[in-house]
Design a binder for this molecule. Structure first.
Ligand code: PA5
Length: 322
């Protein structure tokens, strides 16, 4: 699986070669991105990238429930790597009932079948990957659909620059990931801490450590952290924890918040690893963080003698959900 993550520049390149192949005609009052797990995080990241870029609101749906404002003026992006995720299929069917314009991002499955039957546009992602590994392809796919539909969240040039950054830095990211895996390999609870609006990257890190390394992870986000979690750390019922904290070096306020969190943990004698996100632009920072945490989580699994690809309990849930 290490090789799959290191192959990300090729995945981005493949998705870039299809940039402009899918577009949807607006105007739109809102964008809703639906998906679960490794597919759903694409929506969170698109929302993050759109924050200071788009005047149209972006919302993320991670369940079968579709918000009441979904209408014929909604661009509904349905993301499911397998195309068979129960919640995403139900949400997509409801969005169609409400007249939303639906685009599917998938490698196949029932979502592709539905799209074909209804004549919906589909951005195909390659088969044979794990959903979480195909993240940069699905993300580039959504960014391309939005750009081609007049809703630019990141331009093609920005994604190309981010891809070149990953190519240049893959070796360095891999060695940082080894050191991070070493740090995380402990009986202490792992806490991933950051500042707003970077929560999606912390959630992505958590999910990677959950699925690849099979560990429980807590996510802390400042400044909300300063208004509740901070007190919980005064007398926690768990014995030990250690923290990986990251910040955007171009966000002075965010960096200050993370430094405050780090100070609180250090004065309690906890071990903290602090990282600054690197990136030529916002997409670059997203891909850097996702590759770093992805590789670190795979290495941690291997250190534990576990198969990073296996997610038995997700499969058990999916077969129970039908
Ligand atoms: O990374 C994973 O394997 C999971 O989180 C899946 O992404 C999640 O179960 C949803 O499946 P899919 O991405 O196929 O819709």
């Amino acid at each position: 699986m290490r090789g799959d993550y290191l192959n990300w520049p090729r995945l981005v390149e493949d998705a870039l070669s299809k940039w402009g192949s899918v577009s949807v005609e607006g105007p739109f009052e809102n964008i809703v991105v639906s998906g679960m797990g490794g597919s759903g995080i694409v929506g969170d990241v698109v929302k993050l990238l759109a924050l200071e870029r788009l005047s149209v609101p972006v919302e993320v749906v991670k369940s079968h429930i579709v918000p009441s404002y979904v209408s014929a003026r909604t661009l509904f992006v349905s993301v499911s790597y397998s195309g068979n995720t129960h919640e995403t299929l139900l949400a997509t069917a409801r969005a169609l009932e409400k007249g939303a314009k639906v685009v599917a991002i998938t490698s196949g499955g029932l979502l592709e079948k539905l799209a074909t039957e209804k004549g919906l546009p589909v951005f195909k992602t390659p088969v044979g990957l794990l959903p979480r590994v195909s993240f940069p392809h699905m993300l580039t796919g959504v960014l391309g659909v939005l750009d081609s539909s007049g809703l630019t969240v990141a331009s093609r040039a920005e994604v190309e620059d981010a891809k070149r950054q990953l190519e240049r830095e893959a070796g360095e990211i891999a060695s940082e990931a080894s050191s991070l895996a070493e740090f995380a390999y402990s009986r202490e609870l792992l806490v991933v801490a950051t500042h707003s609006p970077l929560e999606p990257l912390a959630v992505r890190a958590k999910s990677e450590f959950n699925e690849n390394s099979k560990i429980v992870v807590k996510v802390d986000v400042a400044p909300e952290w300063m208004h509740n979690d901070i007190v919980g750390y005064e007398k926690p019922l768990f014995d030990e924890y250690r923290v990986v904290a990251f910040y955007d070096p171009d966000d002075q306020a965010g960096r200050g918040l993370v430094e405050f969190m780090v100070g609180e943990h250090e004065r309690r004698g906890r071990r903290v690893r602090v990282l600054a996100l690197r990136g030529v632009n916002k997409v670059g920072k997203v891909l850097y963080a996702a590759m770093l945490f992805g590789l670190a989580s795979v290495e941690l699994a291997l250190k534990r003698g576990l198969d990073p690809a296996a997610t038995e309990s997700i499969a058990r849930y999916k077969s129970a959900a039908g």
